[in-house]
Ligand binder design. Structure first.
Ligand code: FAD
Ligand code: NAP
Length: 417
């Protein structure tokens, strides 16, 4: 038997069940959910992980491109309590990262309930419990289950859904349109004119990949973007920033980074890549906009392999018109327009989470709400942010769990006397 027992376990003719979970329910089996589960396991707290996909880390396994590697050095990406294998390179590949996550789940005996998509979760004031409803997406029968628990950990991620932009005429465009989450490699775009909408880390890397596969990418940069070299003078830019932040204020770290970036990559504004007026890390902290870490795209832009173009006015049959009035013939569109949280679509709660699906309280306070509600992986601090949330959550629940278990034992002993 798993770490729960059933209060009611009858299947009615709608195939609906009710399950009592002895411990927290964790929604999402990505790195954040796995990290929380592992830390709870160490605390001796039972849990249940619900995952809509049929595997762990579905973002990494199903919705990322082939050439993806971690952009940050490995020490910033490993999850709590189990480091990466020593022979992993400084920047592990997507395949290595997935292998690590699979072994992480095995090591901590994390067995999520797959194909269970959480449809709604609400706190029941009367009972003081969470009611989490799922629909099973496996097989042909639709199974609904209601999980009842004291704690709810939201681990559905900042990238749960693709952000699809509304651009005039896009539905009239006759060529292929895909979101970056469905892009695997530039192989199928060989020889084609491809419009890449967006210049975040995805847009930049997909443009590079397209160029490497002899396609002709044009990358839309509608506003401004911070591009930093992944490394400065052989040291990871991110690592350097983290180090500097311990000694000097953020604005000064930003200034130094921009000077270093200028020394390494030169003036990028002349290629159409305007820098925001706010520094890269301040922008990340205030607006959640991640700076791009360059891994070769700038070189291709300089050599003319990738065209940087301004915002889009509208699409036609096989053409796109830009805000500067220029028209381009294009064969395909890749929307590297980012992702969004899906929390508002299922969590019936308005105090802790805001309408954009992120906790209202800024870092470092956004991991714990009232009534047993927690959030992991919503601080826009990547995998290291998720690890730090996971440890705090497990500690917090673990303390209550141990206290309650002790009291129960004492009561039981008293009864037997
Ligand atoms: C292309 C790409 C590359 C990235 N590279 C890095 C990197 O190098 N370093 C870094 O730190 N970060 C990186 N990130 C950020 C990324 O978000 C994190 O690395 C990490 O995946 C976050 O983990 P998570 O568990 O919070 O979210 P996710 O990995 O998105 O996992 C959330 C899980 O919740 C499940 N889920 C969602 N909704 C429901 C529901 N209603 N019911 C049940 N299950 C649900 C999803 O299926 C998913 O499995 C990258 C992101 C992208 C898109
Ligand atoms: N290897 C890696 O580590 C790696 C690789 C890829 C992604 N990631 C991470 O994954 C997360 C998502 O990255 P992302 O690049 O997919 O998304 P993102 O950072 O949110 O970038 C989205 C881009 O799309 C643009 N955009 C949105 N709507 C548009 C429209 N209608 N017209 C023109 N441009 C539009 C945005 O422009 P504006 O800025 O003007 O809004 C922005 O440039 C980030 O945290 C990122 O760091 C990591």
């Amino acid at each position: 038997m798993e770490n729960f027992f059933r209060l009611v376990d009858h299947e009615d003719f709608f195939s609906r069940r009710c399950v009592w979970v002895n411990g927290p329910v964790i929604v999402g089996a990505g790195p954040s959910g796995l990290a929380t589960a592992a830390c709870l396991r160490e605390q001796g707290v039972p849990f249940m992980v619900l995952e809509r996909a049929d595997c762990i880390a579905s973002l990494w396994q199903k919705r990322t491109y082939d050439r993806l590697k971690l952009h940050l050095p490995k020490q910033f990406c490993q999850l709590p309590k189990l480091p990466f294998p020593e022979d992993f390179p400084e920047y592990p590949t997507k395949k290595q990262f997935i292998e690590y996550l699979e072994s992480y789940a095995r090591h901590f005996e994390i067995n999520p309930r797959f194909n269970e998509c959480v449809q709604s979760a609400r706190y029941d004031e009367t009972s003081g419990l969470w009611r989490v409803k799922t629909v099973s997406t496996a097989g042909s029968t639709r199974t609904e289950v209601e999980y009842i628990c004291k704690w709810l950990v939201v681990a559905t991620g900042e990238n749960a859904e693709c952000a699809m932009p509304e651009i005039k005429g896009l539905s009239e465009f006759k060529g292929e349109i895909i979101h970056a989450c469905d892009y695997k490699s530039g192989e199928s775009f060989r020889g084609k004119n491809v419009l890449v909408v967006g210049c975040g880390n995805s847009g930049m890397e997909l443009s590079l990949d397209l160029c490497n596969h002899n396609a002709s990418p044009s990358m839309v940069v509608r506003s401004s973007v911070h591009v930093l070299p992944r490394e400065v003078f052989g040291k990871s830019t991110f690592e350097l920033a983290v180090l500097l932040m311990q000694w000097i204020p953020l604005w000064l770290v930003d200034k130094l980074l921009l000077i270093l970036a200028w020394l390494v990559v030169g003036n990028i504004e002349k290629y159409g890549l305007k820098r925001p007026s706010t520094g890269p890390f301040e922008l990340k902290n205030t607006q959640g906009k991640t700076p791009v870490l360059d891994i070769g795209t700038l070189e291709k832009i300089r050599s003319g392999g990738i065209d940087v173009i301004p915002g889009i006015k509208r699409f036609y049959n096989r053409e796109v018109e830009l805000v500067n009035g220029k028209k381009l013939d294009i064969d395909a569109v890749v929307l590297a327009t980012g992702y969004r949280s899906n929390v508002p679509s299922w969590l019936q709660e308005g105090e802790f989470f805001s309408k954009n699906g992120f906790p209202k309280r800024p870092f470092p306070h956004g991991w714990k709400g009232n009534t047993g509600l927690y959030a992991v992986g919503f601080t826009r601090r990547g995998l290291s942010g998720a690890s730090s949330d996971a440890m705090k959550i497990a500690q917090d629940i673990g303390n209550v769990w141990k206290h309650e278990t002790k009291q129960k034992k004492q009561r039981t002993t008293a009864c037997h006397r």
